[in-house]
Design a protein around this ligand. Sequence first.
Ligand SMILES: Cc1cc2nc3c(=O)[nH]c(=O)nc-3n(C[C@H](O)[C@H](O)[C@H](O)COP(=O)(O)O)c2cc1C
Length: 331
Amino acid sequence: MKPLKIGGLTVETPLVLAPMAGVTNRAFRLMVKRSGGCGLVNTEMFSSYAIKFKDPKTGYMVDWTEEERPIAAQVFGGDPETVAIGAEALQNAGADIVDINFGCPVPKVAKSNSGAVLLKDLKLCGEIIAAARKVVTKCPLTVKTRLGWREGEPTVLEFAKIARDNGADAVTVHGRYASQGYSGTADRDMIARVREVISVPLIANGDVTSPESAEDMFRRTGCDGVMIGRGALGNPWIFKETEAYLARGERLDPITPMERLEGAKEHARLLRERMGESRAAKEMRGHLIWYIKGMPGAPKLRNMIMTTGSVDEILEVLDGAVSRLKGEPES
Ligand SMILES: Cc1cc2nc3c(=O)[nH]c(=O)nc-3n(C[C@H](O)[C@H](O)[C@H](O)COP(=O)(O)O)c2cc1C
C-alpha cells in the first residue's frame, strides 16, 4: 500500500471514506477518523445551486474540523457556471480536495441535470470539469463517477480521458452503471480497464466490505486508492482493520459487541453536539440498526431503540445492553 498522491496533496493511507448523503456528516467522519486507518474522508454532497442561491443549510454543512483533514468536499450541479461557483466556494471554505459528482442517480440530483445523468453528455462533463478547474487553483480537483448511464455501455473509458484532459487530478469509479442503482455487483474488471486508459490516480469503489475485499480491489484493478461506503455503516473500524491487513498483513481481533455499543454511544453523542437531541436521535436510530446487526439480543434491542425519542434515551438503552453483556444487574 503506497500513499495516494492527488495533485499536490499526499494522502498517507490510500483508503477513502465515500461521500454518503445523510451519513457522512461531521459526526460520522469523526467516528471514522478516530477509529484509524482512513486516509481521506468525504463530505455529503453540496448542491452548487444551493451555494449559488445562498441556502443557509449549505453553511451548516461546511462544518469540518482540523481533526478530519484531509477532507474532500463534494459538489453537484448540471451546468459549468454553477458548478464552478460551488467548487470555488468549497475551496475557499478550506476543503483539501474539491470533488465533482458525476455518479449520483437519485431523482433529487437528476432533476437539475446533475450527477449520473451527465454521463449522457460527455462534452458537457468536460465543460463542467474545465470550468471548475479554472477556479479551483489552490487544491486538487477530482471527479467521482459510475461505469456509464446504461448497463453495458461503459462510457467511463471516454469520461476518464475527458476528466484528465480537462484537469481532474484523480478519478473515482464506482463499478456500476447508473441504471443498476445498487443491484448486481460492482464490476472490478471494468474499473481495471479505466486504469489502462488513464494514468492520473484512480480510486476504485464498490462493494468493499472487508480487508480481503479491499485487497482484491487493489489487485484486480491496479487502482491507487480504495473507497469504502456502505461497508463503513455501523462499522467505522473497517478502515483500521483494512489498513492493518494491507500494510502489515495483520488481522486485528474482530470488534466485540461491547466495542460496538461503546462506539454507537460515541456516535450518538457526536450527533447530538452537532444537531441537538431530537434530530440526532432520529438519525442515530438508523445507524444503530447497523451497529447492532448480528449482535446477541439484537431484535429486542432494535425494538427498544425504535421507541426512543432523544439521545439520552438512546444512551440509556445502550447502557442497559452493555450491562446485560457484562452480566451486571441493570440500573
Ligand atoms: C446512503 C448513501 C448516500 C450516498 N450519497 C452519495 C453522495 O452524496 N455522493 C456520491 O458521489 N455518492 C454517494 N453515494 C454512493 C457512494 O459514495 C458509493 O459510491 C456507493 O455506495 C458504492 O460504494 P459501496 O459499495 O462501498 O457502498 C451514496 C451511497 C449511499 C449508500
